[in-house]
Ligand binder design. Structure first.
Ligand SMILES: Nc1ncnc2c1ncn2[C@@H]1O[C@H](COP(=O)(O)OP(=O)(O)OP(=O)(O)O)[C@@H](O)[C@H]1O
Length: 254
């Protein structure tokens, strides 16, 4: 018996006779960081959509913590611990960082519990905000944060929910090299409690994770899997993606 946290088995997705994912198999361990890379249109977003329950596959199944969740709606998946963060931050702009985090706690444990355990929750907010370098921003309105800080806040709001699997969509996009380095350290830290699956085009960011495995999708199929130093020497990967300069190999504001 395998002990993978997530198993994507023989997964296919077709729309209007067009095959978008073709027999994809993906296995994630607990506390793993995994990158999903590949050219535009490879099927990365579609695979994330199926894992989080936004769409259903045409064939195959998704097994999470040994349960078949293939046809579970996305709110049930959130309950069992699968949380997705999109590229655009979805924080409440006119509220402070602290209030955004309180709202996250409320949606997780309910208003009554938050009111009853106010002191403890405030302490927990101080603690978690330190991990995300937001401790000095707690009284700041979210609208006054930089793009990088807003990304941190959203990640922080997600971690309040104690997910087992976090799906991230291009978290490195629009960040400076320093911000990317900080984010990579934070992702390494949150990995101690969760698995992180990341769709990314920024190879510079992917390389910051020396031990992470990388899965390469091309035309709906997995063509390679391994550490970045193996992947970047793989002939087919070079041919269809990296060598064509399609992976964005630079950082903003270097
Ligand atoms: N509902 C749909 N109807 C028709 N075509 C679709 C649908 N969903 C996805 N596609 C097509 O499937 C292919 C894969 O799209 P997907 O967004 O998953 O790729 P991707 O790897 O995430 O690309 P990118 O890196 O550009 O975000 C694309 O050619 C897209 O146009």
């Amino acid at each position: 018996m395998s002990h993978h946290l997530l198993k994507v088995e023989n997964l296919s997705f077709a729309v209007n006779g067009l095959t978008i994912l073709n027999n994809v198999n993906l296995f994630l361990n607990a506390n793993e960081i995994r990158f999903l890379i590949g050219p535009n249109g490879a099927g990365k977003t579609t695979l994330m959509d199926i894992i989080c329950g936004k769409i259903s596959p045409s064939k195959g199944r998704i097994v999470f913590k040994e349960k078949d969740i293939t046809y579970h709606p996305n709110y049930i998946r959130a309950k069992v611990g699968i949380v997705r963060k999109f590229q655009t931050p979805s924080v409440f702009n006119t509220l402070t960082v602290r209030d955004n985090l309180i709202l996250s706690f409320i949606s997780e444990v309910g208003l009554k519990t938050v009111e009853k355990n106010k002191k403890e929750i405030y302490e927990r907010i101080e603690e978690i905000s330190r991990i995300f370098n937001l401790e000095r921003k707690l009284s700041e309105k979210a609208q006054n944060l930089s793009h990088g800080e807003r990304q941190m806040l959203e990640l922080c709001m997600i971690m309040v929910k104690k997910p087992s699997l976090v799906l991230l969509d291009e978290p490195g996009a629009g960040l400076s090299k320093t911000e990317k380095k900080n984010l990579s350290k934070i992702i390494e830290q949150i990995r101690q409690n969760t698995t992180v699956l990341i769709v990314e085009h920024d190879m510079d960011f992917v390389r910051m994770f020396e031990t992470a495995r990388v899965t390469v999708l091309h035309e709906g199929q997995i063509i390679a899997e391994g550490k970045m130093d193996e992947i970047q020497n793989n002939k087919q990967v070079i041919e269809v993606y990296i060598g064509k300069g399609r992976g964005r190999d630079y950082a903003v504001n270097q």
